[in-house]
Write a new protein. Structure first.
Length: 278
């Protein structure tokens, strides 16, 4: 039985292993490129209201806050929030932040109004019911706003086990191995996430594979390369198929319909016409 994961017991190790590695650098680089696109689409005169849902230490949202936007960061782990506060203070960004000790499922209770942008990164794979969590967050997005979702890719998990020869583990349904405490509890199928977004009326604007080949490279070095070359090749391939769909994580971002624009859609026109006839 999968339960929502609280990282109070592993906050320091999690932050170090996830963010202080080459894996983390690739992840930060390619997702930030997407976020720059998103911020361009949300270009407004006033600062954006951003929710970093299950945000950990908020590395990417700090870059957004540094541009002058306001960020609410929530996390289920109080220890992770303490680390976040320390890191944010180091960057001189505390005035841009509001830190909330809350699960992503309950964050709506702490918001006065919907937000322009939600970051929901590497959280769903740690939850017992990722679908309902995503659906709840989508309700907190303003019309015209965007949700940025990154999830542990089921296809990448399957492929990794295939090339490692873990066929028995695959046949058993790839249950989470508890000895690997920092490995997500489950892989999320991309087609499910895309369907959940579309079903809520969101339009998918972009998709990116995060670490499309890095994690599949042989642990014993046989090629001639530098980390810089790996990073550049990841940037080159991450938005191309079939590499995108093999990413260990997938980042997808989608926009909520703008109510004003929808007023001109055929469905709205028909409804308005019916009202007039009534």
């Amino acid at each position: 039985m999968i339960k929502d994961r609280n990282f109070d017991d592993l906050a320091q190790k999690f932050a170090k292993n996830i963010y202080g590695t080459g894996k983390g650098q690739i992840r930060q680089t390619v997702v930030w490129e997407d976020l720059e696109q998103i911020l361009g689409l949300l270009n407004k005169q006033q600062p954006l209201q951003v929710l970093d849902a299950g945000g950990g230490i908020g590395q990417l949202s700090q870059k957004i806050a540094a541009l002058g936007h306001h960020v609410t960061l929530c996390d289920l782990s109080g220890e992770m929030l303490k680390l976040a506060e320390q890191e944010i203070a180091k960057q001189g960004l505390l005035e841009q932040y509001r830190l909330v000790h809350s699960s992503v499922q309950e964050i709506g209770q702490h918001l006065d109004e919907p937000v322009d942008l939600i970051l929901f990164h590497a959280v769903m794979e740690w939850l017992s019911d990722p679908k309902s969590a995503l659906e709840g967050l989508m309700k907190q997005v303003k019309p015209g706003g965007i949700i940025s979702v990154m999830f542990y890719n089921y296809n990448g998990l399957l492929f990794k086990n295939l090339i490692c020869g873990n066929l028995t583990h695959i046949e058993e349904g790839m249950p989470h191995r508890k000895r690997f405490k920092l490995q997500p509890q489950q892989g999320i199928k991309p087609e499910d996430v895309y369907h959940w977004l579309n079903a809520a009326g969101f339009e998918i604007l972009g998709k990116t594979g995060v670490r499309t080949f890095h994690d599949y490279m042989q642990t014993v070095r046989v090629g001639d390369y530098t980390f810089e070359q790996v990073l550049e090749m990841e940037r080159k391939l991450c938005r191309q198929e079939p590499y995108l769909s093999l990413g260990r994580y997938i980042h997808v971002y989608a926009q909520k319909p703008d109510v004003q624009n929808d007023a001109h859609s055929p469905e709205m026109k028909e409804n308005n016409s019916n009202k007039d006839n009534g």
